[in-house]
Ligand binder design. Structure first.
Ligand SMILES: NC(=O)c1ccc[n+]([C@@H]2O[C@H](COP(=O)([O-])OP(=O)(O)OC[C@H]3O[C@@H](n4cnc5c(N)ncnc54)[C@H](O)[C@@H]3O)[C@@H](O)[C@H]2O)c1
Length: 251
């Protein structure tokens, strides 16, 4: 057993929930934060080492209250996984400012606010880790992702900024850029045609699982990654590493 504490945002389902379970299996205490209180209460039930917190990462007061609760309850924080995210795809001409702001508020503002508020606690033990969940959409541009893709590219740059500035107080910052995973978020924006096209473009020929993404997150938070900071790990079935024309070449 360890005393270590992780905060996972967006932990009520999908990649965040799988990540919370991974930390629990490793013997950590896990703060599961989500704005979906009903779902969060359901999934946290019976998990003795989990503390559910209902909060919205895009609301500064919510974030500050959450960090205050963690400080009071545990007095330490060893890993922060900024996973809460929203996807909403649309063409540039149909992306209203309201839609743009809604995506940025969670995907970018949320990462900034939560990391900033958690920094003093992450620095306390001299070995804190931040893992921000970006996306292959932040590494490669594609249609319909003006807000989502831009928010994720910004998260990658924010990660580099955090690595540059927080290293000297003992905090490592890395990003995981998942490829497609069949979560509620992905299924809301992936049509059957998109799913087939992804299979074709991915060298591993399939979507990833939540557990496969959580393995990458866990590694970057663990002591095994103690000399790694400022990196973007694409857990994406090879999508980012390959160029154009692959399906045709295969045929
Ligand atoms: N699923 C994919 O294919 C995929 C691919 C690349 C990147 N990602 C990224 O991985 C992360 C997790 O995605 P997922 O597929 O598990 O999504 P999901 O929709 O299944 O789960 C996201 C969780 O975050 C919560 N959440 C959303 N906004 C929030 C906010 N403002 N405050 C607090 N909680 C909030 C939701 O309530 C939900 O429980 C996201 O950042 C997403 O952009 C997912």
């Amino acid at each position: 057993m360890t005393e270590k504490v992780a905060l996972v945002t967006g932990a009520a389902r999908g990649i965040g929930l799988a990540t919370a379970h991974r930390f629990l299996r490793e013997g950590w205490q896990v703060v599961m934060l989500d704005r979906d209180g009903e779902e969060l209460r359901k999934v946290a039930q019976g998990l003795n080492a989990a503390l559910p917190i209902i909060a919205d990462v895009s609301v500064p007061e919510d974030v500050d209250k959450s960090i205050a609760e963690i400080t009071e309850r545990f007095g330490r924080l060893d890993a922060l996984v900024n996973n809460a995210g929203v996807a909403d795809f649309g063409p540039i001409t149909e992306t209203s400012f309201e839609r743009w702001r809604r995506i940025m508020a969670t995907n970018l503002d949320g990462v900034f606010l939560t990391s900033q508020a958690a920094t003093p606690l992450l620095a306390k033990e001299g070995s804190g880790a931040i893992v921000n969940i970006a996306s292959i959409s932040g590494l490669r541009a594609s249609t319909l992702r003006v807000a989502y893709g831009t928010s994720k590219a910004a998260v990658i740059q924010l990660t580099l900024q955090q690595a540059a500035e927080l290293g000297e107080i003992g905090i490592r910052a890395n990003a995981v850029a998942p490829g497609p995973v069949r979560t509620k978020l992905a299924m809301a924006v992936h049509t059957p045609e998109i799913i087939a096209a992804y299979h074709d473009a991915l060298p591993l020929n399939r979507y990833g699982s939540e557990e496969e993404i959580s393995n990458a997150i866990w590694f970057l938070c663990s002591d095994e990654a103690s000399y790694i900071t400022g990196q973007v790990l694409a857990a994406d079935g090879g999508f980012h590493g390959t160029g154009v024309g692959l399906p045709a070449l295969r045929g």
